[in-house]
Design a protein around this ligand. Sequence first.
Ligand SMILES: Cc1cc2nc3c(=O)[nH]c(=O)nc-3n(C[C@H](O)[C@H](O)[C@H](O)COP(=O)(O)OP(=O)(O)OC[C@H]3O[C@@H](n4cnc5c(N)ncnc54)[C@H](O)[C@@H]3O)c2cc1C
Length: 238
Amino acid sequence: MKVVLLNYTKDPDQICAAAAQSCYSEKGASELFRTTTDEKAKKMIKKVVGMGHLSVTEHAYFTFSVEGVSRSLTHQLVRHRIASYSQQSQRYVSMDKAMYVIPPAIASDPEARMLYTKSMDEVWKVYRKLAKKVEKEDARYVLPNACHTNITVTMNARELWHFFSLRCCRRAQWEIRMMAWKMLVEAKKAAPILFENAGPGCYRGPCPEGEYACGEPYEKGEVPTDDELIVESSRADD
Ligand SMILES: Cc1cc2nc3c(=O)[nH]c(=O)nc-3n(C[C@H](O)[C@H](O)[C@H](O)COP(=O)(O)OP(=O)(O)OC[C@H]3O[C@@H](n4cnc5c(N)ncnc54)[C@H](O)[C@@H]3O)c2cc1C
């Protein structure tokens, strides 16, 4: 899995802070933006976000390229509606590279792994045969959820906050959780003030999942190790 922050609104913390300040000032955001120090921005964002005045965080956009993930992951991702997506098409791109994700529980169990890889080899044998007879768009119907895909996703800071709360949580499935953590690490580098407290709900207090709480809350600021963020992929045999 590769997650790259491709682009984002220039000076995201300062833009949102100036927009927030403009609600309470005679001055316009253009002047406020020029005079907004990091300290002022931090104070302003903390104040308005604390008041639930979250729309000011919609002025900052972040575009990520997510590569080599499963279609199971992207099906979960695109449920988040306040975002823009562009996904690799199985109608126009041949899936002949035969790359797929192996869930850790399957990768670590020799018998499950053998069954899994055998079925992937079989699926791609059929895909290749079908793709010679019919269009890719029809041959793809045999492909599994595990099939690799690439997707470009753009969210504003408000939606990212919401996304991180739900998807960095241990209740989210491992693959989208890994992706969400990688996105959070990058977003924090780009906008340390906006994302200071962003992350799973347990970063900020009691678990919002109530009776479904996992019982292993993250410490505030804790990030999974690089080893935990690795997702295994393989290639079906010819
Ligand atoms: C652990 C977990 C398990 C899940 N299990 C399932 C499952 O079994 N089945 C299933 O179908 N889904 C499941 N989901 C997906 C979940 O139900 C949501 O569809 C997904 O997380 C998107 O979140 P959202 O709707 O809050 O936010 P987004 O689509 O990201 O929207 C952000 C916010 O905008 C507002 N909003 C957006 N659209 C509307 C609207 N039309 N009307 C009013 N307000 C709106 C809401 O406040 C929303 O929270 C699961 C999600 C998680 C994290």
